[in-house]
Write a protein that binds this ligand. Structure first.
Ligand code: GLN
Length: 303
């Protein structure tokens, strides 16, 4: 596969959509980003990486971090996480409170905010420092020692974090958090505030294309757990638009309100696309279109 030409074709296709949609508005630091940016990268299972556009420009990973925190909990032997969070699509916005009461403080899946708070709590219990564990993993896989949290974004997340705090307190009242709410929120906000480029994220997510093997050939996850993470990404990774993402793109994918989306072609490659304009579900407009075109051109959807 000539990845470079495919990425160029995909970029030409998606370019007219760049700038469409809305920038994330809930914190000023994200509302300030240039809406005209677009980058796409692909890392194949051998670790070769290709990119077009702003593919080396760091952006706020936001909810893409939720895929890494889940994988790291499973890697630390935390498979009991599935007693505390489900594997079903929520059909509700990512920051919704409404299901949690009906379902006794057990979030529908690990990729809505409530679910990611539980996963972060577990990662904190397993490692003693959830954020550093994630940063070390991301630096190692991307080969970029500069991967870090943006302190301005992290502070802004905390300042505007009432909804996430409500979710965390609510789950704590059901006994579904082990650590203090403040600790869980701090790590959750810092993980959302990590800055990485499409290049870094494609490389960091390549273990999902390698059925759980890291870049150095060591095993992060057994194939069964890599399958589970990919499956939950497919069904839940783009929130209440996961059905239309599966229909259009047909790959496991995890989006963030920074405008990034990581998508996995198991056995072949991991992609990351970034463009900050979001649809009403919080997914990048140009990013989804680019991935749609990628699987159309290559025939590499999982379906
Ligand atoms: N930091 C955001 C939040 O917690 C992440 C949401 C997202 O990327 N969908 O609301």
């Amino acid at each position: 596969m000539d990845y470079q030409s495919v990425l160029e074709e995909v970029t030409a296709f998606a370019r007219p959509l760049v700038g469409r949609g809305q920038l994330a508005q809930y914190i000023p630091a994200l509302a300030d980003v240039d809406a005209e940016r677009f980058g796409i990268a692909v890392a194949d299972v051998n670790g070769d990486v290709y990119g077009v556009g702003d593919w080396q420009e760091p952006f706020s990973v936001q909810s893409i971090s939720k895929a890494f925190s889940l994988a790291l909990v499973l890697a630390e032997g935390g498979e009991r996480i599935w007693d505390r969070v489900g594997t079903e699509p929520s059909g509700n916005p990512f920051n919704s409170l409404v299901q949690l009461e009906y379902e006794n403080g057990i979030p529908r899946n690990p990729f809505i905010n409530a679910g990611a708070l539980v996963v972060t709590d577990r990662l904190q219990s397993l490692t003693g420092d959830a954020t550093t564990t994630m940063l070390e993993f991301l630096r190692a896989e991307s080969g970029n020692p500069d991967v870090a949290c943006d302190p301005v974004v992290a502070a802004s997340e905390a300042e505007h974090g009432d909804r996430n705090a409500a979710l965390a307190h609510f789950m704590a009242s059901y006994g579904n958090l082990d650590n203090p709410v403040a600790t869980v929120l701090e790590h959750y906000f810092r993980q959302c505030a990590i800055r990485m480029s499409c290049r870094d994220l494609a490389l960091a997510g390549a273990f999902l294309a390698r059925h759980g093997l890291r870049g150095d050939g060591t095993r992060l996850l057994p194939p069964r757990e890599a399958k589970q993470v990919n499956a939950v990404m497919l069904t839940c990774g783009t929130y209440d638009a996961a059905g239309s993402f599966a229909y259009r793109v047909g790959l496991p994918g995890k989006s963030g309100v920074g405008g990034g989306i990581v998508a996995v072609v198991p056995g072949r490659c991991t992609l990351c696309v970034w463009s900050p304009g979001l649809d009403s579900y919080g997914n990048s407009v140009a990013g989804v279109a680019a991935l749609d075109h990628f699987t159309t051109v290559t025939g590499w959807s999982v379906f």
